[in-house]
Design a protein around this ligand. Structure first.
Ligand code: BGC
Ligand code: ZN
Length: 374
């Protein structure tokens, strides 16, 4: 079967021919991969700045955002039947008995760092014709979400963040009642998203759906398909080329939440200075090596303490976030059908993957497909 792999030793990214997977344990499921999304992480891996092949291999099959169809379920994988659509999670637990997170199924909070991630860290990924996976790492997808379910994994970043934001919001008046419906939790609060990439835009959609008055701030000057999308979901787009952070803060009022989705350290520091009282600053971007920036840590500390602020980093996601992402995709589809049709920029064959990953992203999400829809 075909797969797309990166070879860090020879610095190559190419389509390779590999042996197809077989069920290796009774709880495994054989998957035919349908859609595999590409993202900034893939670009870093294919630029040899991130990612690690499995021990003993000279290459890593990439791909971590995916949608697949069940071909065969092992005798102990009774939750699934051939034809079911599934989205696999990415991270797999570390082996250490002492890791409370991994031992309780919460490897997205792994303590040791010895987890693996499919398509990223020491485990082959999903950009292949077929894959075998244990049933506990698979999330069942309703057939209605066939066209967009490949967006579930990038949306889980926002869903895991929201889960934590709601916990933090219970600490200050008005105390958030945990019984508040999901779509009312952000009511009366402002959220500022930094970045118009897929994580930023999906994050803005999730925040708007949760009831936040949502702003998206990035360099790009409108109009563009991305800035149009922001308007179409009832959020407000502001370009950093036209408006400074202090001016933006004046328009918004108290900024209750900042959701960072660029991984740009200087931009994030500037934003931190305008975070409101009792505000939460969520970091999701993973910066590579960047130029040294000057900061004023005493001032930042003073503000953070005197204004009860929270700085929250979040990575990867667990089963709850996958369930929320699939539920929200369904909501997005009903609420903004025209917007949802524009989220996937195009579907391309694996041979084009290297150029698409390393080139400038066009549109919102580019998808590689091995198997045309059935
Ligand atoms: C993936 C996460 C992963 C993270 C760090 C992101 O692109 O979506 O699943 O944990 O990279 O490797
Ligand atoms: Zn990703």
């Amino acid at each position: 079967m075909k797969a797309v792999a990166v070879f860090p030793g020879s610095r190559e990214v190419k389509v390779v021919e590999r042996e197809g997977p077989r069920l290796a344990a009774p709880d495994q499921v054989l998957l035919r991969m349908l859609d595999i999304g590409i993202c900034g992480t893939d670009k870093e891996i294919c630029s040899f700045e991130y990612g690690t092949p499995p021990p003993g291999d000279d290459h890593l099959v990439i791909g971590h955002e995916s949608l697949a169809e069940v071909v065969e379920a092992g005798p102990a994988a009774g939750r699934f039947a051939p034809g079911d659509l599934v989205v696999p999670s990415v991270r797999r637990p570390c082996p250490h008995p002492s890791c409370l997170s991994c031992r309780s199924g919460h490897q997205d909070y792994c303590y040791t760092g010895d987890f693996t991630e499919r398509g990223i860290k020491e485990a082959h990924g999903f950009m292949a014709e077929s894959v075998a996976e244990h049933e506990r790492y698979l999330n069942l997808v309703p057939p209605d979400l066939r066209e967009i379910a490949v967006l579930a994994e990038p949306l889980t970043i926002a869903e895991k963040a929201l889960e934590q934001i709601f916990w933090v919001m219970r600490r200050r008046p008005p105390w958030l009642d945990p019984e508040t419906p999901r779509d009312e939790r952000g009511r009366g609060l402002s959220a500022l998203v930094l970045g118009v990439g897929p994580v930023g835009l999906l994050g803005a959609m999730a925040l708007a759906t949760a009831g936040f008055t949502t702003y998206v701030y990035s360099r790009e000057l409108p109009p563009s398909p991305r800035t149009d999308l922001v308007g179409a979901i009832g959020a407000t787009y502001v370009s950093s080329q036209a408006t400074t952070f202090p001016d933006l803060a004046e328009t918004i009022g108290n900024i209750d939440l900042i959701y960072e989705a660029v991984g740009h350290s200087h931009f994030a520091l500037e934003a931190l200075r305008v975070l409101g009282t009792n505000g939460i600053f969520v970091l999701t971007g993973v910066p590579g090596l960047q130029a040294f920036v000057e900061a004023d840590p005493a001032r930042l500390m003073r503000e953070m303490v005197l204004r009860n602020q929270v700085l929250l980093g979040t990575v990867n996601a667990g089963p709850g976030a996958f369930a929320d992402a699939l539920a929200d995709l369904d909501l997005f589809r009903r609420r903004w059908p025209a917007v949802v049709r524009t989220l996937i920029a195009g579907r391309y064959p694996p041979e084009q993957a290297p150029d698409l990953i390393l080139g400038r992203p066009a549109g919102i999400k580019t998808v590689i497909t091995f198997n045309a829809p059935a």
